[in-house]
Design a protein around this ligand. Sequence first.
Ligand code: MTE
Length: 321
Amino acid sequence: MASVIVRPAGWIPERHVTPESVFWNRRRVVKSLGLAGLSGLVAGVGVGRVGGAPAPSAAGPYAKGYPHARAAGFDPGWSLTDEAVASKYNNFYEFTLSKDVYKRVAKFETAPWKLEVGGLVESPLTLDAAELIDGMALEERVYRFRCVEAWAMIVPWTGFPLAKLVERVKPKPEARFVRFVTAAKRDEMPGIAENPEYPWPYFEGLRLDEALHPLTMVVTGVYGKPLPRQFGAPIRVVVPWKYGYKSPKSIVKIEFVANQPKTFWETLIPREYPFESNVDPGVPHPRWSQATERMIDTGDRVKTKKYNGYAEQVARLYPSA
Ligand code: MTE
């Protein structure tokens, strides 16, 4: 990864600062290699803090009851990442390959939002996200979040355990994995047409025991508000001990399946982004170290922890690790 570069307010994406010929030549090289790895296009750019006011949230019908109370046991006393920085530093390739997703989400309609939960289950569900959210007890939890690109943040997510939704649909005994499919709204998400080489829609997966783990959360809000669009409104999943790409945003379908599903990044570059992808400082990414991470607001470099600091809760899921 690049060293820390603090971007001033008004930072502009790489394609606007890199001489066009270099930019397009690199895209050709990347294409001929197969594809840009996650962060491949931004690897040399550095990263930065963009302060100012937080980007507006797509509250709509999801605003009820905010802020929700912080759950006992999920208030570890860590300093939260500056909201204004976190909400302007996102990965959401359906909009752009750069971090300033918030600038491109204005057309993204997040209500109404149809969600299907099905596959190998006794009681499949098709419902609107607002209906699902209204029927769940929401709580706030402070989690560490670690991207494979070696940046990290500490944020208060609002939502509910994915296990609560799994209970409602009652998986059949043969269901061993969960597959998530996210929205691909071409008219509202400019990154899809701009990057036709990616296998849209974005899709991810977990083992059923990972999905049922009490830390795995369906997230509907952040920083005491309904999710802003760039964070994956109206509904996403967060799995805090795995690299961030295992946390799919703007989900439209949750499917229970018998066999390990392919994921978006694994389909592209299996060697770099395997299915399991637990945070592990001892396993370098093939192109950079994972020993440390950079906090996106302060720029502080801190040591990465195995399972992103959640070893006590999750190590039992991986007895041979
Ligand atoms: N979900 C979708 N639909 N599209 C994406 O590009 N990027 C992933 C993950 N979920 C991504 C996604 C990656 S690489 C990361 S690090 C996290 O979202 C970033 O979450 P954040 O932007 O809310 O911090």
